[in-house]
Ligand binder design. Structure first.
Ligand code: DC
Length: 231
């Protein structure tokens, strides 16, 4: 018999610490579901833009976030690979720095966060969930079986973001990117609603000098220690 509540691993931390990549690889190894919560905030920001709403218009953004017409199309690895907004594929459109900044701005609004709460918790399904974001361990899944907080130096995070964007054909200056990342970190960490901070029972992993494989292995070892995986 399946437990009524499936296990969750939360992976929180600032942008560029490797959350997305590492969470996805852990989810694939475990064959669990994956929640990219940042994508939801990015989708709200993009939908707002398309509906002519500014990113500080909380009264209008609450119903928009609550009724967001989104579809996550799973790939064979049980993790999302394409994202549809109002039927249109926006997988790449939500990854721009502009959308990231918009996401960080709409994420300040408590009503928007509240409107996305149930949608995020609904991702918790058997056999388990790896949830990546800023408040997964503190607010959305406080009872998670394993909580990870990923960090990396701001220089390293800027370089990684630069590489990621370049691979997508987006060329941004590293210094500009570094400034944008610092502004986003400050906004995410200083807001009063669910600020970016490690949960008290989170394990911090600094990925500055780690390869992706080494970071994934550290998380997998913690999964074994906690009996979340048999091998
Ligand atoms: O992880 P990301 O870069 O896709 O997230 C974009 C923004 O969304 C981030 O700067 C802050 C916000 N966010 C949040 O407030 N809470 C989350 N759980 C995930 C993202």
């Amino acid at each position: 018999m399946m437990d009524a509540i499936s296990p969750v691993i939360t992976v929180d931390g600032p942008g560029g610490a490797g959350k997305g990549t590492i969470s996805r690889l852990v989810a694939v190894q475990l064959n669990w579901h994956m929640l990219d919560s940042g994508a939801l905030y990015r989708l709200v920001a993009l939908a707002a833009q398309r509906h002519g709403l500014t990113w500080d218009n909380e009264a209008a953004l609450i119903p928009l976030a609550g009724h967001l017409d989104v579809e996550f199309l799973a790939d064979s690895g049980n993790t999302e690979s394409r994202i549809l907004l109002e039927g249109e594929d926006v997988t790449n459109a939500i990854r721009t720095e502009e959308c990231g900044s918009g996401a960080s701005q709409v994420a300040v609004l408590p009503g928007v966060r509240q409107a996305l709460l149930d949608r995020q918790r609904a991702f918790r399904r058997p056999p388990g969930l790896v949830a990546d974001g800023r408040d997964m361990g503190t607010v959305i899944f406080p009872d998670a079986e394993l909580k990870i907080f990923l960090t990396a130096s701001s220089e390293e995070r800027a370089l990684r973001r630069h590489k990621q964007l370049k691979e997508k054909g987006i060329d941004v200056n590293v210094a500009t990117l570094s400034k944008e990342i610092s502004a986003r970190d400050a906004r995410d960490a200083q807001r009063s609603a669910a600020p970016l901070q490690p949960a008290r029972d989170a394990i911090t992993i600094d990925t500055t000098a780690l390869t992706i494989d080494a970071a994934v292995e550290q998380v997998m070892q913690l999964c074994r220690d906690r009996k979340l995986v048999r091998v």
